[in-house]
Design a protein around this ligand. Structure first.
Ligand SMILES: Cc1cc2nc3c(=O)[nH]c(=O)nc-3n(C[C@H](O)[C@H](O)[C@H](O)COP(=O)(O)O)c2cc1C
Length: 335
């Protein structure tokens, strides 16, 4: 079974669902000596199969696949109605309707079957911990089962369920927080402290990420007990990333100088550039993926219309250091 400690470079290219992750980006990270990831979230199972085929033609190195763990949480209908009401004027100005809130499992069974057949080096899970049977099936197929955690308690739970490595996500990370319980506000505990808390009780390999923007961050996290460092935002402007043009320009233009954690787009906390939409919807309720479906038409129209005030612009706190160029050069600059 693949082991994070065997990587030539201690760098993991974070899975970034919604466009930024491409087979080309995952392969570039892997060819540079790190662990590239495909992001299966939001993607149809057939697309994941196609991406796995594609990446296997681009690299012979290790590649992981990231899956969203389904959640049966049912948000309060009155809160969803009130949130829909608060979105209507914005939707009208974008000439779309607010989407219908609903839950789904993101093709869970089909995607599990696909990864079990394709046998990537690793499968990481976020938004919760799968049950022991799922993690055991991965390990049984020779696939490294990884779980994203944000606290020592989540880490202990995941290791007890059979995780053989952890992606430890700190509060500065771009995109969604991977905390198990979406109703709880994510911890603001420093990543180094979380790593120390986890290291005190387990020796499974750790990949630490969140806000990594230069070599100093990599050294600091490795000194804090992480075998590898997971970077997302630093790769958003890379040549191989599928980051859309609006997101790219917002990251590099300096118009939005800060990031914030928000539930406004999807009902789960995520970190993005602080734009008008985030500021106007600070009261958004918990409810993933319900809010994701409600805001989908607005987000799609905003991206198409080049409207950075409304589009979701995921970014970690280190976004100002993100640079363009081949992913291999960006990785080299982190070491
Ligand atoms: C645009 C974007 C999309 C992301 N999508 C996913 C995802 O699909 N699955 C996942 O586990 N993490 C996702 N993340 C979080 C990353 O795995 C990682 O925790 C984060 O990028 C690390 O922080 P950094 O962005 O500051 O490097 C995403 C992050 C970004 C920026």
């Amino acid at each position: 079974m693949f082991d994070l400690r065997d990587l030539a470079l201690p760098i993991i290219g974070a899975p970034m669902a919604g466009g930024p992750t491409t087979p080309e980006l995952a392969a570039a990270v892997s060819n540079a000596g790190g662990l590239g990831f495909l992001a299966a979230g939001y993607r149809a199972p057939e697309d994941l199969e196609e991406q796995l085929r594609s990446v296997s033609t681009l690299t012979g190195g290790p590649v992981g696949v990231n899956l969203f763990v389904p959640d049966s949480f049912q948000p309060d209908a009155a809160l969803l109605d009130a949130y829909a009401q608060s979105l209507r004027a914005e939707a009208a100005s974008l000439e779309v309707e607010v989407g219908e809130p609903r839950n789904d499992d993101d093709g869970w069974d089909a995607k599990l079957a696909i990864v079990l057949a394709a046998k990537p080096a690793a499968v990481s899970f976020t938004f919760g911990c799968p049950d022991a049977a799922v993690l055991g099936r991965m390990a049984g197929a020779g696939i490294l089962p990884m779980v994203t955690v944000t606290t020592p308690a989540e880490a202990a739970f995941a290791v007890a369920a059979g995780a053989r490595a952890l992606a430890v996500q700190g509060p500065n990370a771009g995109g969604h927080r991977g905390n198990f319980d979406q109703r709880e506000a994510p911890t603001g505990q420093l990543l180094e402290e979380t790593l120390a808390g986890i290291r005190a009780s387990t020796d499974v390999p750790l990949a630490a990420g969140g806000g990594v923007s230069g070599p100093g961050d990599v050294v600091r996290l490795r000194d804090s007990g992480a075998e590898a460092v997971q970077v997302g935002t630093a790769l958003l402007l890379s040549d191989e990333a599928g980051t859309n043009a609006l997101h790219r320009s917002a990251l590099s233009e300096g118009r939005f100088p800060r990031t914030s954690l928000t539930r406004a787009y999807t009902g789960r906390y995520a970190r993005g550039l602080t734009n008008r939409f985030i500021l106007e919807h600070q009261d958004a309720p918990a409810g993933y993926p319900h809010l994701h479906y409600m805001t989908a038409p607005l987000r799609k129209a905003a991206v198409a219309q080049g409207n950075a005030d409304v589009a979701h612009l995921w970014a970690g706190t280190g976004f100002a250091s993100a640079r363009q160029g081949p992913a291999a050069e960006i990785i080299e600059s982190l070491l």
